[in-house]
Design a protein around this ligand. Structure first.
Ligand SMILES: [Ca+2]
Ligand SMILES: [Ca+2]
Length: 134
């Protein structure tokens, strides 16, 4: 089913079937405190509709990071590369969770309208794929 993230801070849980989660610019914040969380992301089954804002991304293993705040900074750094739209840090501090940062306006900095999404259970690079983001 299609689920609209909407404005405000949300934890989104899909159905047992395939889901499309629509997150438009401004639906989620640019900090951990204001970010939306997808509770049951499954690559190949959960599609995240970012209005084609994420065409390419870099990803790194966040095992060695101290916490989720550090992971957001790391994901932003990845997203700031000119060649990509976003960054994913997976397995933050060994937690088995990930953060996605989409630099919506391409300015290489965290700015209003950019997108941060916490992906629970995304623990390895294989747990997320470019095709999951539409
Ligand atoms: Ca939201
Ligand atoms: Ca930005």
């Amino acid at each position: 089913m299609t689920i609209d993230a909407g404005t405000g801070v949300d934890t989104i849980t899909g159905t047992t079937g395939d889901d499309t989660i629509v997150i438009s610019s401004g639906d989620t914040g640019i900090t951990i405190a204001t970010a939306d969380t997808i509770a049951d992301f499954v690559t190949g089954s959960t599609s995240v509709d970012l209005d084609s804002a994420l065409n390419s991304y870099e990803e790194v293993d966040g095992t060695g990071l101290a916490n989720t705040v550090a992971a957001v900074v790391g994901a932003l750094t990845l997203a700031g590369a000119a060649a990509v739209d976003g960054g994913i840090v997976y397995n933050i501090a060994g937690s088995g969770n990930s953060v996605l940062f989409v630099d919506e306006d391409g300015d290489g900095a965290a700015s209003a309208g950019d997108t941060v999404v916490i992906l629970l259970g995304v623990a390895t690079a294989a747990d997320v794929a470019g095709a999951d983001f539409i």
